[in-house]
Design a protein around this ligand. Structure first.
Ligand code: ADP
Ligand code: AMP
Ligand code: ZN
Length: 221
């Protein structure tokens, strides 16, 4: 069988999924597949998918399953995902989780689901202070992970910006949507013995260390 490795990073918005996915990407040589990033890329390029996604993203609601699932399927068909991928922000409800199981079944299914836990208060602090590089997508925090020069990316000197949906009001709804639609996936993956909980309140380096230990335990890396 063509066995592939698929990690699904779960956790509230702001838990650190993107930050850890980028580190894992370098360490494991598997691409980060972030559905949020894919929607933002489509939005920037004014595709019809981007236009459709915008109204949902602005409110912090989920983009309809059909288009989201198709977008992931297309992404996983690309060459760089031939050995698997690190999923960040997908699946986000049971329908997507079931579709993902089907999609990955020929390759041995989902390998592991790290759940990064964090309180709502801390998530709010993290998201409202988040800044993203316009050119390379690197993620910073004005207080917890600042760039060496304010407003400028360390990697490529790109301009840092604040996402439209990182306002306090939209974050409140994104947290609500997470508890209502995404948190049932915790039980779903627990039942499949794929769930591994990590304390997201630790430093970026400590969370990364725990993730590495976890992969070593599971003999994945
Ligand atoms: P998610 O992808 O889960 O929404 P991000 O990885 O974008 O979360 O992280 C949200 C914000 O919190 C970013 O500004 C990031 O720099 C910061 N951050 C991520 N992990 C940590 C951590 N362990 N400690 C402090 N800040 C963090
Ligand atoms: P994120 O970058 O993960 O914080 O996602 C930003 C926004 O993109 C979300 O608030 C949703 O509107 C949309 N989105 C991202 N991933 C998904 C998904 N798997 N299903 C539906 N909508 C999504
Ligand atoms: Zn950059």
């Amino acid at each position: 069988m063509d066995r592939r490795t698929f990690f699904v990073l779960l956790g509230v918005p702001g838990a650190g999924k993107g930050t850890q996915a980028k580190m894992l990407e370098e360490h494991l040589g598997l691409p980060q597949v972030s559905t949020g990033d894919l929607f933002r890329y489509n939005l920037k390029n004014s595709t019809s998918l981007g236009q459709l996604a915008k109204s949902y993203m602005d409110k912090g609601e989920l983009v309809p399953d059909e288009v989201t699932i198709q977008m992931v399927e297309d992404r996983l068909g690309m060459d760089d995902a031939a050995r698997g991928a690190i999923l960040d922000g997908f699946p986000r409800n049971l329908m997507q989780a079931e579709a993902f199981d089907e999609m990955t079944a020929p390759f041995g299914g989902v390998s592991l689901v790290p759940l990064i836990t964090l309180s709502d208060e801390e998530a709010m602090r993290r998201i409202t202070g988040r800044r993203v590089c316009r050119s390379c997508g690197a993620v910073y925090h004005i207080e917890f992970n600042p760039p060496s020069r304010e407003g400028i990316c360390d990697r490529d000197a790109g301009e840092l910006y604040q996402r439209d949906d990182d306002s306090e009001e939209t974050v409140r709804n994104r947290l609500y949507v997470y508890y209502k639609q995404t948190s049932p996936l915790i039980g779903y993956y627990y039942a499949k013995k794929l769930l591994a909980e990590l304390d997201g309140g630790l430093s970026i380096e400590q969370v990364q260390g725990r993730l590495m230990e976890l992969l070593a335990e599971k003999e994945i890396a």
